[in-house]
Ligand binder design. Sequence first.
Ligand SMILES: [Zn+2]
Length: 85
Amino acid sequence: MTDRADIWIEELDPPFVRMGHSVWPWQTATRISRRAAALGRNYSRGWHCAYCGELMPEWKRIDAKYCKEGCRKMAARKRRERKIG
Ligand SMILES: [Zn+2]
């Protein structure tokens, strides 16, 4: 089982998102709802990719800054270029 299927986010008019999660046994539900609460805090602050500005996918780590590996790499490349230029 992956986290990807546990929680889903639907983007409404910014800054609002709708969040749901599927029904699980108590222990799993506790874990998911903790994660959902953390996600909720992130989204309420505006959790967007630091590179492309897309809303972060709900399955990303709570402390993730980029929506995908490509964005992380591009951001790293940009930082290096800025140092040289
Ligand atoms: Zn991105």
